[in-house]
Write a protein that binds this ligand. Structure first.
Ligand code: KG4
Ligand code: ZN
Length: 356
């Protein structure tokens, strides 16, 4: 524990999108509690996150979520040594809620505040699970809002962005394809489950290539290919239930639809794995990490692990709870900031399009 911190208990707060989350970390890696209040049921009927509803819901939930995190950890506000909060990227109204609460707590308790980039949080989620991550560490952050490859050469809070999506994030493509097929929100887990019942080689999805030769990703073409296929074959989406998309049994879907889903997934996963391996080789990375909601995908985990074995690199994943949005990863990243003496002032504001 750095001498400047009065205890090694860090409160993490995350409210960048549709999850209100708080966690208590006994630094460096003891997760005493990690509470996540998901807003999925609220946004489901709209087929995506509605920013105003999300911000309002964060306001309603944040006090309870923070209190629950403290209770579950068996500690009081006065025991905390620091507060870490996501300042961006994300939805401005949502970010504001977490930031205001974190600032109020830090001010009232006279403890340091750390402002954490949400993407750094995802990268750091892999450090929560293990004593060591071999460096240089290449991390694929792949979620509903982001798809990018980051290289950490040293454990110093610096990350080089080596590839990013030029259009949709991979999770966004999953969610949009699911919506087109009449499936529910979020679409990723539903498509992942249905894809197991389809033939991934039935339809070929082209491999996007950047005209400038960069390793950047692109996923909007996959979504368009699914739409074109539906149009040209007259494939109809599943009928909605109660105005919302469905999470159907595979037996409720035509074989053609299951094959289309499996082929779409194969194309997306293949793209993610190939690019990651190419960049890993080029940068002489010592490990490959998977973080963000799409990193829960069973096919991605399977193919990346196999590709890692092939090139002799460990592929690191973590539990689903730490892979998707949570506040433990924010507390971990924030603790590192505080160790380096990087504190945020009470003038901290949201940065919806923050990069690292
Ligand atoms: O990291 P996350 O919880 O929130 C963001 O920061 O975006 O990621 C949510 C995204 C959604 O797009 C969801 O459809 C996708 O992750 N997702 C999946 C799976 N589980 C969640 N995508 C593919 N396969 C999954 N199993
Ligand atoms: Zn995220």
């Amino acid at each position: 524990m750095p001498t400047s911190l009065k205890s090694d208990l860090i409160l993490g707060i995350e409210s960048s999108c549709d999850e209100t989350a708080a966690a208590i970390l006994r630094a460096p890696r003891g997760i005493l509690s990690s509470i996540v209040a998901s807003q999925i049921p609220i946004h489901r009927r709209y087929g995506g996150v509605v920013p105003d509803l999300a911000a309002r819901q964060h306001l309603l939930a944040i006090d309870t979520v923070v209190k629950e995190a403290l209770e579950k950890a068996g500690c009081r506000f006065e025991d905390l040594g620091g507060v870490a909060v996501t300042y961006g990227p994300g939805l401005v109204g949502c970010l504001l809620v977490g930031i205001q609460v974190a600032k109020a707590i830090a001010y009232a308790l006279e403890i340091p505040l750390a402002s954490v980039n949400h993407l750094e949080g995802h990268i750091r989620s892999l450090f929560l699970d293990r004593a060591e991550v071999p460096l240089p560490a290449l991390t694929l952050v792949v979620s509903g809002g982001h798809t990018a490859l980051y290289l950490s050469r040293r454990d110093d809070g610096r990350y080089d962005t080596l590839a990013r999506t030029r259009d949709d994030a991979a999770g966004e493509a999953y969610d949009k394809v699911a919506r087109s097929l009449g499936l529910g929100y979020p679409g990723g887990p539903i498509l992942d489950r249905l894809a197991r019942h389809g033939d991934p080689r039935r339809f070929a999805f082209g491999r996007p290539k950047m005209s400038d030769g960069s390793d950047d990703f692109s996923f909007s073409g996959f979504k368009t290919a699914v739409l074109r296929h539906m149009e040209s074959t007259g494939m109809r989406p599943l009928e909605p239930l109660d105005g919302a998309g469905r999470d159907p049994d595979p037996t409720d879907c035509a074989k053609e639809m299951l094959d289309l889903i499996a082929s779409f997934q194969e194309g997306v996963v293949d793209n993610l794995v190939r690019t990651t391996m190419k960049v890993a080789r080029a940068t002489r990375a010592a490990s490959i990490g998977l973080a963000g909601g799409v990193a829960c995908n069973s096919r991605l985990r399977e193919k990346m692990a196999a590709a890692g074995v092939e090139i002799g690199l460990p592929v690191l994943t973590t539990s689903f709870a730490l892979t998707t949005d949570n506040a433990a990863m924010i507390a971990e990243a924030g603790y590192r900031h505080l160790l380096r003496g990087e504190t945020a002032g009470l003038d901290l504001g949201p940065d919806p399009s923050a990069v690292i």
